[in-house]
Write a protein that binds this ligand. Structure first.
Ligand SMILES: NC(=O)c1ccc[n+]([C@@H]2O[C@H](COP(=O)([O-])OP(=O)(O)OC[C@H]3O[C@@H](n4cnc5c(N)ncnc54)[C@H](O)[C@@H]3O)[C@@H](O)[C@H]2O)c1
Length: 419
């Protein structure tokens, strides 16, 4: 198999970086892992990956070939099974790629440990075919930590980024345990299971281990004040939430156009239909609520006034990962004239999301090496509800990223000149 592996130079040590994926055998995770290996081997062009473009030339990012994958999962089966399923349903992992990376997927499977379903809710339990056991929360946290530290030791990794790609959890009600790291730790010790969801425990463990954390799902249970405070205390980068990869990406790019021409948007109706396991989970009202919230919140923020909006999400099993969205925008211009715009978006969800996750893994690793702890506002353009960032205009978010990259390059250049 052709390989882009760097030639070994005498004494040079490869700096490998762990990528710990929660939900490691899901559609997105499997596409991420198989796709990274395929691009690293030169089997596919790095399309969709921003960090492989000229913008990042001279920025010291981890090499794709140096990323080592592991993670937690709650469903049985193997990564090869998951990749085969994606090929059969969507064809988005081509057979030659699957054959070429099969052995590596089998090796990566050994790095995947059993996750937790504590208070994940009935829908997720039904979709993954498992129920939460009775393990004490303190034991769950200790076990999750042991799994990750064993992975780091086994692969001699000094750096690792954690990514949450689990199913969308139901909303978690506010609780006194969420107020501070001490209150959260006390709730764990007291086994207060209703105060947490699996994503809370995953984020908490990442913060305790000082590993950067990317929260790619809409669950409100991960970036709780107690947990984000712990990331800040530990000077560890984190960002979320809910990757912006489809209809919302288009929305956040088009909405500013109406503002730039003082055209008043009266209504923005969006209908999404999707299949797969993600669609099956989102078919349930309590899980859907989290997604609708992150998809629906940005229009008033961009336009600066309230308007009639609606986001519908329906499960259509035969679509599998080909998500389709139809948006109708009703707007008013000069002399009060009403006009409309409609668009249809058809995107393969995991194909759009996997390179975005990979970009963020490399940027989170970079942030940690640069000593930048806490939220990463320069990653706002990748999220539907960027943590701590009120700016939803994709163009402005993009400029924030370009500015950050420019600063990094400048510092690199002055460091090189100084030596
Ligand atoms: N374009 C995109 O694909 C996109 C964009 C934004 C957000 N997301 C979010 O990313 C997540 C993953 O999407 P997907 O299409 O891969 O879904 P998926 O259902 O295929 O994968 C989720 C995986 O997580 C596992 N899982 C569920 N609960 C778990 C737990 N508690 N611990 C460990 N593993 C657990 C499931 O078994 C499954 O393998 C979803 O929440 C989705 O909403 C996806």
């Amino acid at each position: 198999m052709p390989s882009r592996r760097r030639p070994k130079t005498a004494g040079a040590r490869r700096e490998r970086v762990g990528v710990w994926v929660f939900g490691a055998r899901g559609g997105l995770a499997t596409t991420l892992i198989a796709g990274t290996r395929a691009v690293a081997h030169g089997l596919c062009p790095p399309l969709g990956l921003l960090t492989e473009t000229e913008l990042f030339a001279g920025v010291p990012l981890a090499k794709l070939d140096d990323l080592v994958f592991g993670g937690h999962e709650v469903r049985p089966g193997t990564l090869v099974d998951a990749a085969q399923e994606i090929h059969d349903r969507n064809g988005t992992i081509p057979l030659p790629v699957l054959h070429a990376v099969r052995k590596e997927l089998t090796a990566i499977d050994k790095n995947i440990a059993a996750g937790t379903l504590v208070n994940a809710g009935r829908t997720i339990e039904e979709v993954v075919g498992r129920a939460a056991g009775g393990e004490h929360l303190r034991a769950v946290v200790a076990r999750l930590e042991r799994d990750i530290t064993a992975f780091l030791r086994k692969h001699e990794l000094t750096r690792c980024v954690c990514v949450n790609l689990t199913s969308t959890e139901p909303h978690l009600a506010p609780d006194k345990a969420h107020k501070s790291p001490a209150a959260f730790t006390a709730a764990i010790a007291a086994n207060r299971r209703t105060a947490v969801r699996p994503s809370s425990l995953y984020a908490y463990v990442a913060a305790r281990l000082r590993l950067p954390f990317i929260h790619f799902t809409p669950a409100n249970a991960a970036l709780l004040p107690a947990i984000t405070a712990l990331f800040v205390q530990h000077d560890t980068p984190f960002m979320g939430m809910d990757g912006k990869t489809g209809e919302t990406l288009v929305k956040s790019s088009l909405a500013p156009m109406f503002k730039y021409r003082n055209l008043r948007v009266l209504t923005w109706q969006g209908y999404n239909i999707l299949g797969d396991r993600d669609g099956a989970v989102l078919a349930h009202a309590e899980n859907k609520r989290a997604k609708v919230e992150t998809k629906d919140g940005l229009l008033p923020a961009i336009l600066g006034y309230p308007l009639h909006t609606h986001v519908g999400i329906d499960y259509v099993p035969s679509l599998h990962d080909l998500k389709t969205a139809w948006d109708f925008v009703h707007f008013q211009g000069f002399l009060g004239c009403k006009m409309s715009m409609q668009f249809t978006w058809q995107g393969c969800d995991a194909i759009l999301a996997a390179p975005v996750v990979l970009d963020m893994v490399r940027l989170a690793d970079l942030a940690q090496r640069r000593g930048e702890g806490g939220p990463m506002p320069h990653l706002a353009c990748f999220f539907k509800k960027p943590f701590g960032v009120g700016e939803h205009d994709l163009h402005r978010q993009w400029h924030a990223l370009v500015e950050y990259v420019g600063r990094v390059r400048l510092e690199q250049r002055s460091r090189r000149n100084a030596t």
